[in-house]
Design a protein around this ligand. Sequence first.
Ligand code: IPM
Ligand code: MG
Length: 365
Amino acid sequence: MAKTILCLPGDGIGPEVTAEAIKLLECLGDDFGLSLRIESGSIGGSAYDQHGVPLPDGTLDAAHAADAVLLGAVGGPKWEALPYEVRPERGLLALRSELKLFANLRPAVTYPQLADASSLKTELVSGLDIMIVRELTGGIYFGQPRGVRTVDTGEREGFNTLVYRESEIERIVRVAFDVARKRDRRLCSVDKANVLEATELWREVATSIGNEYSDVALSHLYVDNAAMQLVRRPKQFDVIVTTNMFGDIISDVAAMLTGSIGMLPSASLAADGKGMYEPIHGSAPDIAGKGVANPVATLLSVAMMLRYSLNEARLATLVETAVERVLNDGLRTADLVPEGGHPVGTSQMGDAVVAALRDLSGDIS
Ligand code: IPM
Ligand code: MG
């Protein structure tokens, strides 16, 4: 039976990068016999413009019904003055929450071809392969109460709540241990247990779950130290597990180690196997509509979709191989090219990956 993929291009460069992913999915259908039905829907600022809300009911229903969701990006200056409840980002957060996508996997891998594009010295990042496991439906992003209120002095006060239940910590930590078991069996849990009670509990729960995974070496770091270690000696890490907000921040740090945030895919998974796949970069309004964005993070997100939602690990590897071949051929989008270089555009990059994938179909038939 055909699998249904819901594509949500969103805002900024979202439509440009997801267009390349659609080409890739079509190639997987035409040349590799993958039976897919691709639907599309609106989310974020563009959904607000059309429907007055950042997550229309139709989009949510279609996401529930789909086998997997592919998302571009949300947000942009056009919508920054809107009330919080209808901001583009709220649409994405609501979708993550409604689909119960609590486990966000963000691999940061430095391709050898790009080691010199990193802002760190090549020897520090070459061979880097980290998996960040970010909790995605709890913590300060969702905690109540939240808001801005006026206090007795007449001054306004903004407040948010960092809250984690043991069960929420336990399930994400288990995902991270399971991921670590398939890798180098090293897990670093990142918290701020010296200051925040909620993450003191996090450390306690992680340690106790760790007793069940004696084959995985568990360590703990405070988030400030973890941020420093990531730029000091990043290869010390294998798998990192952390809260929603810390994961948001350190995954951007890890992204720069790989040369460009334009290279990093992600998978957001629910316990029932539902998955949403998105590049970790945002909507990049400064370059939107120019055809220069790097589509690779989105193409690699399709690879993650093949692996985690469509049970097509072999095709996932082929997509990753196709990306590597294109990098070997020297193709680079603007984010990876020093000033004065000769970058290719979004669709050239996408076409090259699709062509490389099509070439690979000959190898396996
Ligand atoms: C991310 C993004 C989102 C987040 C925004 C767009 C809501 O930064 O996926 O990393 O903070 O989770
Ligand atoms: Mg982020």
